[in-house]
Structures are given as structure tokens and as C-alpha cells.
Design a protein around this ligand. Structure first.
Ligand code: ADP
Ligand code: MN
Ligand code: MN
Ligand code: MN
Length: 357
């Protein structure tokens, strides 16, 4: 009999920023790539993850997205899970459930596509990778998309991670070194490949799995990836999670730009509602400096990297496509960011928002 290692991955209840947990179960090999329904539910101790109290601690893991485990190899799997209460309802920390409901209650009809740019900072111990033990490196300038041992730090891990994402079957779009030394980015989501779906649920699942792979591979290099939006105070770029978003309407070759402008108006009206779910410590990054707009204002513009919303130049030229929301912090929960965009741009609201909040 062949056996499979299935690593169950879930999002905990840490406050203010949820983090990833995982544990591995040995199952009889399914013989082919398993559907989520073929992977059994499992339980965990919610009192150790800030999700339950000690006297009633068992919570349920429901597999929802299964990919190849690129580290354990062929026949082994990573199973991203939703967290359920014992009665089968979604646990309050489970933000994916709400996104699924928004998609089912009208979101789908707009065919939203998403692409996340995940920035992150590599650390060894308390210092960003490549930084001197004391003091600071040379000022920002040469590091963005740089090459050479004195310009970029951690490429071995970055390339291992990119390959692992591809081996797992995640929709990795690309990678680049960022403006602050030790800071990097990967993008995940829409790649203009017809056979795959860049719907917000799949892409958000893939982002959580890609984050898990980054932390996991970092263990092998003694490097920690951090998603804090302002890992070093001062004249250093923060780390964001730019979110690129389009719908059937914004991609329409005739009326796309009208739909994009309408979306921007709707986003302006709900600016603070978005800021509220775009990650903790966001005020440290959205200062109006370092390629951001201030958190207290809403600016939109073509090719404008100091804006809240940027219309990419090629989109403006063609007259249709997508917009980039530059506000989310690197530590934002993609399920919450995607849900806010669908609510605002597609005008979808769940019947009982109180209960689903
Ligand atoms: P930037 O110029 O802001 O650094 P990147 O090259 O890093 O942009 O990333 C571009 C992002 O745009 C990718 O995440 C990709 O998935 C996304 N994207 C491209 N076209 C669309 C589209 N039509 N709908 C949604 N996202 C899109
Ligand atoms: Mn980018
Ligand atoms: Mn970037
Ligand atoms: Mn961007």
C-alpha cells in the first residue's frame, strides 16, 4: 500500500494579524490528485491558536484547496483548510467563508479576476537580510530589481520558493527584488492563461499556500520572511500587497474604462471601510511617502505610484482592463481584501452582514 503525507494548513486566530499553522497526517494514497472532498476533515486544538477556550477546544479542519507538496515530492499533498466550529458553521476567524458567500450571492456573475503582489522582507535574526550588524546599508536606489551580491540578498531562497510554487501548481505570475535591501515580491493570480481561473477564491487560496511555502523553505536557510507593512522605520519603503482587480465589465473592450472609473468612484466612497480590512499597522506604511498615498486621503491616477488606486498606463492606452489597489499592507488577509473589492465594485452585499461580519 502506498501512503501519502497530507499537510493540513490553516489560518489561526492571532490578533491583530492571523498567521499560518500546519500539521501532517498520513493517509492511504488516493492514487490520483485528490479533490478536497476526498480528503477527510481533521480536528485541532483551538485553545493553542487563539481560536477556542481550553474547556471546548476541538475545532474542525475542512480541506478546501489541495495542491502537490513540492517539498515532500510526488504523491504528497498540501491541503489548505477552512476552520469550522464543531456544529459545522464557519469559525469567526474563517474569512474565506464570507468570500465564498459573496461569490455565490452575485459576485460570480461579474467574473472577477485578481492578481496579488505580495511584498515581504527577509530577516536573519533581528536584522533584514544583508544589513550590517550595526547601522544601515547604503540608501535606497540600486536594490530594486538589482543583481549582484552587494545589491540583493536571499535570491537562493526566492528562486527555491518560485520553483516550489510552480511545482505545487500555484498561479505564480513573477518575482522581483524590491526597493529596500532584503525586500522582495512575488505576484500570484491572473496570468492570461486560458485554462486557469483567476477567481478571487482560488487566487487567495494560492496566496496563503505560497506564503506557507515561503516560511517553510525559509527554515532551510535560517531566514524568516516577515509581512510587516513597515519592517524598518524611517526612509525605507514599506511592504504592501497591491491588489489588481478586474471584472467582465472593466475588461469590456468598448466600455471598460467607464466601468473602471465607476469602480474608482465606488472605492472612494468606501475608502475607510477598505482601510479597516487592509492589514494591521497600515498607518505606518500609508504615509504619502515611499510610493504610497496617505491613509487619510483617496487619490486615483494613471501610472501614479503615489496614488491609492493606479490605472496602469497600458490599461489607459487600451481603454479597458484592470485597476491596481495600492492600499493593502503586506500582512492583509487576501480573503478580506478580495471580499471588500467585490462588495464595493460589484455592489454585492450579503443579506445578513451583521452575522457574517
Ligand atoms: P506592478 O507594475 O504594479 O509592479 P506587477 O508586474 O508586479 O505590477 O504585477 C501585475 C499584476 O497584475 C499581477 O499580479 C497580475 O496577476 C495582475 N493582472 C494583470 N492583468 C490583470 C487583470 N486583467 N485582472 C486582474 N489582475 C490582473
Ligand atoms: Mn509589482
Ligand atoms: Mn512592489
Ligand atoms: Mn504594483
Amino acid at each position: 500500500m502506498t501512503l501519502s503525507k497530507v499537510t493540513y494548513i490553516w489560518i489561526d486566530g492571532a490578533i491583530p494579524t492571523q498567521t499560518l499553522r500546519s500539521k501532517t497526517k498520513i493517509l492511504k494514497s488516493p492514487g490520483k490528485h485528490p479533490h478536497p472532498d476526498d480528503v477527510p476533515f481533521w480536528t485541532f486544538d483551538g485553545s493553542s491558536t487563539n481560536q477556542a477556550s481550553g474547556h471546548d477546544s476541538d475545532l474542525t479542519l475542512k480541506p478546501v484547496c489541495i495542491v502537490n507538496d513540492p517539498i515532500a515530492g510526488i504523491g504528497h499533498y498540501l491541503a489548505l483548510c477552512e476552520v469550522l466550529n464543531p456544529d459545522g458553521t464557519a469559525h469567526p476567524s474563517n474569512k474565506r467563508d464570507r468570500l465564498v458567500q459573496l461569490m455565490e450571492n452575485g459576485g460570480k456573475t461579474h467574473e472577477p479576476w485578481i492578481g496579488f503582489e505580495q511584498e515581504y522582507t527577509l530577516f536573519r535574526g533581528q536584522q533584514p537580510l544583508g544589513w550590517p550588524d550595526r547601522g544601515y546599508p547604503a540608501p535606497q536606489g540600486p536594490f530594486y530589481c538589482g543583481v549582484g551580491a552587494d545589491e540583493v540578498f536571499g535570491r537562493l531562497l526566492v528562486e527555491r520558493h518560485a520553483q516550489a510554487c510552480l511545482d505545487a501548481g500555484l498561479m505564480l505570475y513573477g518575482t522581483n527584488a524590491e526597493v529596500m535591501p532584503g525586500q522582495w515580491e512575488f505576484q500570484i493570480g491572473f496570468r492570461d492563461i486560458e485554462s486557469e481561473s483567476a477567481d478571487p477564491i482560488t487566487v487567495s487560496d494560492h496566496l496563503w499556500l505560497a506564503r506557507w511555502l515561503l516560511y517553510r523553505l525559509g527554515e532551510e536557510y535560517d531566514i524568516t520572511a516577515r509581512l510587516h507593512p513597515k519592517p524598518v522605520k524611517g526612509d525605507w519603503n514599506g511592504a504592501g500587497k497591491h491588489t489588481n482587480f478586474s471584472t467582465r465589465e472593466t475588461r469590456d473592450h468598448k466600455h471598460g474604462m467607464e466601468a473602471i472609473n465607476k469602480a474608482i468612484k465606488a472605492l472612494e466612497a468606501r475608502h475607510q471601510d477598505h482601510i479597516a480590512v487592509y492589514g494591521s499597522d497600515l498607518e505606518l506604511r500609508l504615509t504619502g511617502k515611499h510610493e504610497t498615498a496617505s491613509m487619510n486621503e483617496f487619490i486615483a491616477g494613471v501610472g501614479h505610484r503615489g496614488a491609492s488606486i493606479r490605472i496602469p498606463r497600458p490599461v489607459a492606452t487600451k481603454g479597458y482592463g484592470y485597476l491596481e489597489d495600492r492600499r493593502p499592507g503586506a500582512n492583509a488577509n487576501p480573503y478580506e481584501v478580495a471580499a471588500a473589492l467585490i462588495e464595493t465594485i460589484c455592489g454585492i452585499h450579503l443579506p445578513n452582514t451583521e452575522k457574517n461580519a
